[in-house]
Design a protein around this ligand. Structure first.
Ligand code: CDP
Length: 235
């Protein structure tokens, strides 16, 4: 009997920007044969919609115009056999690459602070977790989306280390970025995410903290899998 044959649970992975939540969540989902959902990709897709439709003017979101268009935004996922993961789609078009650009990162926290946007996406996320067997990463998964999740991990790491990881990731994709700009973006997003009125980023009381500043990926996977095993034994 392997872990993936056991009773299925919901695993919520929350934490700060660029601390490798998706990397961990993806691998854990693969090993358990669970669905992996990157909830940040959904907020990024809505932000891309705003950018494409001129809804961000002089750095500010045109709220009434966005409210008007909310019902015409559809965010979905499509399986990508090349990566074995789900790519995010905006109104049917695959935008997985485009949403990772700095232009999107620079506005996503503003868009994610809007109540109407959160209501739309949270309802969809809760629906995805109805039959459990899911690992979802984000900022409010353990607090708002799945407060009843059986396992909650709260990830963090030193800010400069996080910025360096994101820098290396973007350089590897040939994105024209500079380190200071990324550091600034991460610091600002963390501050914005932690201080917003709507579902601010905070550790759920029952979340276990994983500070991965000096851990390898393999060490993190092992650490989380041990927690999964312990949790499933207690069911
Ligand atoms: O990859 P990174 O950790 O930098 O960010 P992300 O997970 O792609 O999320 C992008 C942004 O979406 C965050 O900075 C938050 O502002 C927002 N977000 C949120 O508000 N709630 C979530 N559940 C996920 C993301």
């Amino acid at each position: 009997m392997t872990l993936s044959d056991e009773k299925k649970i919901i695993i919520a992975v929350d934490g700060y920007s660029s601390c490798g939540k998706s990397t961990v969540a993806k691998e854990i989902a693969r090993q358990l044969n669970y669905v992996f959902i990157d909830s940040g990709a959904m907020y990024r897709a809505v932000t891309l919609f705003c950018l494409r439709n001129g809804l961000i003017v002089d750095g500010a979101v045109n709220l009434p115009a966005l409210q008007d268009k909310l019902s015409s935004i559809s965010v979905s996922f499509i399986y990508n056999p090349a990566t074995s993961h789900n790519d995010v789609c905006l109104n049917g078009g695959n935008v997985e690459q485009e949403i990772r650009q700095l232009a999107v990162a620079q506005h996503v926290s503003q868009v994610a602070a809007i109540a109407g946007v959160r209501q739309l996406l949270v309802a969809q996320q809760q629906e995805m977790g109805r039959s459990k067997g899911i690992v979802m990463d984000g900022r409010d998964i353990g607090t708002v989306v799945f407060p009843e999740a059986e396992l909650k991990i709260f990830m963090t790491a030193d800010t400069r280390i996080r910025a360096l990881r994101r820098y290396d990731e973007m350089i590897a994709k040939n994105e024209p970025v500079n380190f200071e700009e990324i550091l600034k973006n991460i610091t600002e997003r963390d501050r914005y995410d932690e201080t917003r009125a709507e579902s601010p980023l905070r550790r759920a009381k029952d979340a276990i903290v994983l500070d991965n500043s000096i851990m390898t990926r393999e060490e993190q996977f092992k650490w989380v899998l041990e927690k999964v095993e312990e949790r499933i034994k207690k069911l």
